[in-house]
Design a protein around this ligand. Structure first.
Ligand code: CA
Ligand code: CA
Length: 626
């Protein structure tokens, strides 16, 4: 540059400077930075690399520089659109928190500046402890749980401008404040973690109350609250010893996402020009014989036409999504991430995503939604699984969809040699395929399927058996909000809007209030109290949280299993019969010998186990063996 300048005549310099100034001026007039993401970062991260997405009109024509001790620009990348820059930074481990001034230059002139915050970390990486088998997770659809702030129900700047509690697909007004308001209730019930479905902006014209059509990965949906409200939820939950689980969606975004107007790269999306929807053939990820066309359509097809499929094979996008997850973990001090539609993103990306997170936060937890009834498929994704194709991941917890199905089938079909409780027994026998069955997330239902009370034929006794099974068997149980008061969708099978009915008492003026108990039926009160007792007992039971499992083949509608450590033995007896049953205990001698009594954990009653046990009709008996 200096060399060229030396060749210029003295007369030409003023004219050139004038031209430069003019160019700079016109650039400065139009130039602005519309977005820098992540909006901040932290010093002292294990991974010292950070890649910024910078967006602004023609920003791609500028060159960024910075001067900050310990921080340097490694490389600047132009995108396919000139309105983006991707800047690779290295942040030395000894860099201090502060504000990094990024200057964007055209020639020698600074056209734009941006102050980028580098924050101090509030807690050590090891202190980010994820959910584990000591936890029971409460899954919440936030729009339908409690309306803590009626003032945010309608936000005029957003596309969907109404609430209508009579419509299943419409927004109902529930929000983060509603969850904050009822943390006491959840904590007293005995839940130790909450998983709200996504709370990020879904600025879609309709049907976005569920949160899975994200239109800004760094913005809390104003109808749910602000980033500060979200932080308050996290802090208050933490102060009660409860973990906050973030619902992540890396497979797709909403079609109104801001980048849809100007994609950074031509390959930012899969099928960008002609939408093809996925074939949902989820077995192709493992199938030895899957056709390439089926595999590509499964992974690259759009989940639905209003949810563009994201191309995580684009390395800038992969980094964007990984950093986004880390930003939320660090900002909210999360206790876990649940990843939506796990078999649908690029699977090499998922390995990278999960391993980078776990490398940064060694005690963290991730759970993936593989909706398959085949344990072979669920097991494939789990950390530590030795796979036929060498695939390795750092996902601790696949969801246990196979158990969910076995549980409801076992409790509803008639008993015979190969029907009924034996389905649960034989399903559990598949655990040898998992690298760690104790870390599977177990559940009776969730926001995408019929309520467990509905699946069990509106039978409260069977629902109690199912809940007891989940809370005493291996795994990390998840309970869907409202299960404790027998919420159902029996009149509307499969109807998501009804499955996600408003929690009674979450709205001012609700005639029934499940938080206070006002207006609940005897049956609802009974189940709520049953669950509360069991949850609070479970908190202290190391045999359930960490113990081994021993089960005996079901006989005559009765299934018996034990959870045990060296110090504690828990005997669980599921009686599916409509009549009282007698249970001789001699068959369990290999674990019961030397013991005389059991204490019913729900009533505190001592029961001699040398005599036949009397089982109430359709009941569960949980005994601490002494
Ligand atoms: Ca509200
Ligand atoms: Ca995909």
């Amino acid at each position: 540059m200096q060399h060229n300048m030396a060749k210029l005549t003295s007369n030409s310099i003023p004219r050139l400077l004038a031209l430069c100034c003019c160019l700079c001026f016109s650039m400065a007039m139009s130039a602005q930075i519309t977005r820098v993401e992540p909006p901040n970062w932290w010093v002292g991260m294990k991974n010292t690399s950070l890649q910024l997405l910078v967006q602004g009109p023609k920003i791609g024509q500028l060159n960024p520089v910075l001067s900050y001790p310990g921080v340097r620009i490694e490389k600047t990348h132009r995108a396919d659109s000139e309105n983006y820059l991707f800047i690779d930074l290295t942040i030395a481990t000894d860099a201090k928190p502060g504000v990094v001034t990024l200057e964007f230059k055209q020639g020698n002139a600074t056209v734009l500046t941006h102050n980028y915050p580098l924050l101090a970390r509030q807690q050590k990486a090891e202190a980010f402890v994820g959910f584990n088998p000591a936890d029971v997770i409460y899954l919440i659809t936030p729009d339908r749980f409690a309306n803590g702030d009626p003032g945010n129900d309608i936000v005029p700047a957003l596309a969907e401008k109404k609430i209508d509690r009579k419509q299943g697909f419409a927004r109902h007004g529930g929000d983060i404040q509603g969850m904050i308001d009822h943390l006491d209730y959840l904590s007293e019930m005995g839940f130790t973690a909450i998983w709200p479905s996504p709370l990020l902006e879904n600025d879609m014209p309709a049907w976005s109350y569920h949160g899975y059509a994200i239109t800004d990965y760094y913005r809390v949906d104003p109808r749910f609250g602000t980033l500060d409200t979200y932080k308050t939820l996290a802090e208050k939950a933490r102060s009660k010893g409860m973990k906050l689980i973030f619902d992540g969606v890396v497979n797709h975004c909403g079609s109104s996402h801001w980048w849809m107007k100007d994609l950074p790269f031509k390959d930012w999306l899969n099928f960008p020009d002609s939408i093809q929807t996925t074939n949902h053939r989820r077995t192709v990820n493992q199938d030895l014989y899957a056709a390439k066309i089926d595999r590509e359509l499964m992974v690259n097809g759009w989940f639905v036409p209003s949810m563009p499929d994201l191309n995580q094979r684009n390395p800038f996008f992969a980094t964007y999504l990984i950093q986004n997850s880390i930003w939320w973990i660090e900002t909210l001090h999360l206790g876990g991430i649940r990843q939506d539609t796990y078999p649908y993103p690029d699977k090499d990306f998922l390995a990278k995503w999960s391993c980078q997170i776990m490398s940064e936060y060694p005690n963290f937890s991730l759970v993936g939604e593989e909706w398959s009834l085949n344990p072979l498929l669920a097991a494939y994704w789990q950390q530590g699984k030795v796979n036929h194709d060498g695939y390795e991941s750092c996902l601790k917890s696949p969801m246990d969809f196979p158990m969910q199905r076995n549980l409801t089938v076992a409790l509803t079909e008639p008993e015979s040699w190969d029907q009924g409780l034996v389905k649960l027994y034989e399903g559990l026998a598949n655990d040898f395929v998992y690298a760690n069955p104790n870390h599977l997330m177990t559940f009776g239902d969730n926001h995408d399927m019929d309520r467990i009370f509905t699946q069990l034929g509106q039978d409260a006794a069977l629902t109690k058996i199912a809940l007891a099974y989940l809370l005493t068997m291996r795994g990390i149980p998840q309970i869907y909000y409202g299960t404790e008061v027998l919420m159902d969708n029996t009149g509307y099978p499969g109807d998501h809007g009804v499955i996600r009915t408003d929690f009674p008492g979450g709205w001012a003026g609700d005639p029934i209030n499940a938080f206070s108990g006002k207006g609940l039926s005897k049956e609802q009160q009974d189940v709520q109290l049953f669950l509360k007792k069991l949850l609070n007992w479970r908190k202290g039971s190391l045999a359930v949280q960490q113990g081994k499992t021993l089960h005996f083949g079901p006989l005559a509608g009765v299934y018996v299993y034990f959870r045990y450590t060296a110090d504690q033995k828990i005997m669980v007896i599921l009686n599916k019969n409509e009549q009282p049953a007698k249970l001789e205990t001699g068959r369990f001698a290999e674990i019961l010998s030397g013991h005389k009594n059991g204490v019913d954990v729900l009533t505190g009653t001592q029961i001699p186990i040398s005599n036949p046990l009397t089982l109430a009709p359709k009941s569960v008996l949980i005994l601490e063996i002494h």
